[in-house]
Design a protein around this ligand. Structure first.
Ligand code: LMR
Length: 342
């Protein structure tokens, strides 16, 4: 009997203690770790890319992270991994499709559906680029990339490309003959260099510097910002300002991740992306201009700017690539891009 009374008293005491503990927690009187409690609601987006932080894409990725952080008061965190530290450009598409990261921003050349944006002289100027990237043609292009694994969010810019060489200016189409030119893995770019009589060498971005150093390639094409941030100017002393093509990116999210977000969070990310995209297009233009000036004053590189007549010769030599693109992508979308902003 005594044992029974003692056991019952212990149980009642235990229950009372539990009730008191719970009410203290409810009143927040028991100390707990705010950060740990907040982590349950925190959403982390891993964003991998291949270029330096101080480039139009690197800065836009960080800008997007900052806007999202500010709009959600830190609840959604975008962690940016630059310089291929997680994945190279040949790996990142598989990685995002498999959900190993949530976001990437590969160049158009690395996405078959958008390769047509590699057509030479397709874009008149920066205003034209802005009209395409942020207008109906851009939406159309993004829809082409959507799949069960990929949610496309925006098109970002890195501006216009120039060609460089280690020992001469490439001016006339004939100057390309037999030159080994690094290209991105794009069949349309490959065809352009073949039409010029060059030997196109597709290489990952993170292999370019070393291949220039070992003289496995003689020249390459890229924007001033990529050329500058990766110090290609140490090895490529001749730049032709050709503005013959653009470098741009599709910003992509893993579809399963996107679909799990609440509609409110999706709206926040889309608003942040719209703000970032507008900023990116301006920033890309400015950055290329500023870094071109820096290169000019550094004396590291000598420049040659193609005249209108010289560009016309390139256009003629490269005309054939348009028929292939029309066959592969249809002439409608090419026309839509050409007419945007007119
Ligand atoms: C390149 O491979 O040259 C570019 O696509 C790199 C980049 O992402 O800007």
């Amino acid at each position: 009997m005594r044992y029974f009374i003692a056991a019952s008293a212990a149980t009642v005491f235990g229950l009372l203690a539990l009730l008191l503990f719970q009410s203290d927690v409810a009143k927040n009187e028991i100390p707990f770790d705010d950060e740990q409690a907040g982590l349950k609601n925190q959403l982390v987006i891993h964003f991998s890319h291949v270029v330096a932080e101080n480039t139009p894409k690197g800065l836009a990725a960080q800008k997007f992270a900052d806007i999202v952080e500010q709009k959600t008061e830190g609840r959604i965190k975008v962690l940016v991994y630059p310089n291929s530290v997680l994945f190279s450009d040949s790996e990142e598409l598989n990685a995002v499709q498999a959900g190993e990261v949530q976001m990437i921003a590969p160049s158009f050349s690395k996405l078959g559906q958008l390769e047509l944006l590699d057509l030479p002289f397709l874009f008149r100027d920066d205003d034209h680029l802005r009209s395409v990237f942020t207008g109906p043609a851009g939406k159309n292009l993004l829809n082409r990339v959507q799949s069960q694994d990929l949610k496309p969010l925006a098109l970002w810019s890195n501006g216009f490309k120039q060609v460089t060489h280690r020992e001469k200016h490439l001016v006339a189409p004939n100057d390309f003959k037999n030159e080994r030119m690094r290209i991105q893995p794009s069949s349309l770019i490959e065809q352009q260099y073949e039409l010029l009589g060059a030997k196109p060498v597709p290489l990952s971005f993170n292999d370019v510097y070393q291949s220039l150093e070992s003289q496995q390639i003689d020249g390459q094409e890229n924007t001033v910002s990529n050329f500058y941030s990766k110090r290609f100017y140490k090895l490529q002393k001749f730049m032709t300002i050709s503005n013959h093509g653009i470098l741009g990116y599709a910003v992509l999210m893993n579809m399963a991740f996107w679909e799990k977000l609440s509609s409110d969070d999706q709206a926040i990310l889309l608003a942040a992306m719209e703000e970032t995209t507008k900023w990116n297009i301006e920033q890309a233009k400015k950055m290329n201009e500023i870094q071109l000036e820096k290169l000019k004053t550094s004396g590291e590189v000598t420049f040659y700017e193609l005249s209108g007549a010289e560009k016309e010769k390139w256009r003629k030599a490269l005309k054939g690539v348009y028929s292939k693109a029309e066959q592969d992508y249809g002439s409608e979308i090419i026309k839509e891009i050409r007419n945007a902003g007119k």
